[in-house]
Design a protein around this ligand. Sequence first.
Ligand SMILES: [Mg+2]
Length: 172
Amino acid sequence: MFRPNQYVVALEDIDLDALAEAGIKGLLIDRDKTLTAWRSREVSPAKRQWIERAKERFSLCLVSNTVFVKGIRAVAEDLGISVVCGWGLGRKPLPGAIRAALREMNVEPREAAIIGDQLFTDILGGNLLGLYTILVKPVPGKEFPGTCLTRILERMVAGRLRLAPDSRPERQ
Ligand SMILES: [Mg+2]
C-alpha cells in the first residue's frame, strides 16, 4: 500500500508521454515539497515549464492537506489549474479530497495519477483508491515541524521496500 508505481527525483522528471500512453488523463499534484517549498507560492522555472506542458494534455488539480488555503489558491490561480484542499476526514490519505479532485477533473481513478512527496498521505491515499502513484523526493528547504517524525517513519518504510528514485533522464 506504500509502494509507489514510480519514484522520481523531482516533478519535472516525470515522463508525460509515458503517462499519456498508459491512459492517464488527470494529474493530482501535491503542493508542499512536491510543487513548491513548504508553504511557498514560488514555482521554479523547471516545474512551471513541466506544468505548462502537462496542461496541454491532462487535467490538473492541486490536492493538499494544507490549512493555509489562501496561499495554495494563489499558486493554483497563477498556474491556471484547479485546487482541492482536504479538511478533517477529507485529508489525504483518506479519500475525500482525492475523490473531490477526480470529480473536479471528471476522470476515473484508473485514469488518474497522484504525484507527491509523502508515502503516508499522497502514495497511500492514491493506492487505496487505485490511482497510479508517483513519489518525488521532497523539495529541499524547511519543513512543517510535524512532518519531521513522519519523515523518519517514511525513511524506514522506504528502506524496507527498497525504494530508490529512478535516475534523472538525460537533459539537453
Ligand atoms: Mg507534500
